[in-house]
Design a binder for this molecule. Structure first.
Ligand SMILES: C[S@@+](CC[C@H](N)C(=O)[O-])C[C@H]1O[C@@H](n2cnc3c(N)ncnc32)[C@H](O)[C@@H]1O
Length: 239
């Protein structure tokens, strides 16, 4: 798989291993390319859906919105959102096999016909979707990469925001939640340099006016139990 590095020179392609070439297959890798292969795509099959997720995978009319969740974890938000929004499609990106399979299994158990997952690195998202193909994007508790040398691994950063801006439709939103105040403050600086409009931001989501509409993810529950405040921002592509 090759990507046009010149176009996105700030976010070079991140290499990940090829599932079918792993020396040891597990119940999760086998399920990805077996039982769930109609709605779960490995890093080789997923890009074949670029520009065609709605028509080819979900077999809906092209007019329904396509939302994306980055780093689904065990999929509690993913399945909840897909079930609550049957007239929107949802694609989840997850690198690790076990949470990937938990995510799609949870959605299928909830009888969702509008959900699919891809084992894909979020930094390569432009290989999965074409310009203007996606609507809302959810990024809940991505790894914070707090070591001083590691901000280049942070999903919410200026270069990834530029890519997402190209992929999203006008009016679409991004929601970003993190337990790490350090990451949040750093990300807010990156966001202010991007083309997105900030609709709402808080450093304490659970004492904010939008607490009632919030869905607590699995990691969020853990952080709340530890008394950690949740940082949240909602952005919109307006131009
Ligand atoms: C801290 S967990 C949060 C899971 C879930 N969103 C939640 O709130 O419970 C972060 C997840 O993102 C996944 N992840 C980390 N980096 C990623 C990347 N670059 N692309 C896709 N998934 C990634 C990890 O495998 C992990 O499951």
């Amino acid at each position: 798989m090759k990507t046009d590095q010149s176009k996105y020179s700030d976010s070079p392609r991140r290499q990940i291993n090829i599932t079918t070439e792993l020396p040891h297959q597990t119940e999760y890798t086998l399920a990805l390319n077996g039982e769930y292969s109609h709605v779960a795509f490995d890093e080789v099959r997923a890009p074949l859906n670029k520009g065609q997720w709605i028509s080819k995978i979900f077999k809906f009319e092209n007019s329904i919105p396509l939302d994306v969740e980055i780093g689904t974890g065990n999929g509690t938000h993913f399945a909840h959102y897909a079930q609550k929004n049957p007239h929107r499609a949802l694609v989840g990106l997850e690198l690790k096999y076990k949470p990937l399979i938990q995510t799609i299994r949870r959605a299928l158990n909830a009888l969702c016909k509008n959900a699919a997952v891809a084992r894909f690195h979020a930094f390569n998202i432009d290989e999965l979707f074409s310009e203007g193909e996606i609507d809302n994007v959810f990024i809940h508790f991505p790894d914070p990469w707090t070591s001083p040398k590691k901000p280049k691994n942070r999903v919410v950063c200026k270069s990834n925001l530029e890519v997402l801006h190209r992929l999203q439709k006008p009016g679409a939103i991004i929601e970003f939640k993190t337990d790490s105040l350090e990451y949040f403050l750093w990300a807010m600086d990156e966001i202010r340099e991007s083309s997105y409009k900030i609709l709402f931001e808080t450093q304490d989501l659970h004492n904010s006016p939008i607490k009632a509409e919030n869905f607590e993810t699995a990691f969020e529950k853990i952080f709340l139990r530890e008394g950690i405040k949740i940082n949240f921002v909602r952005l919109q592509k307006t131009v």
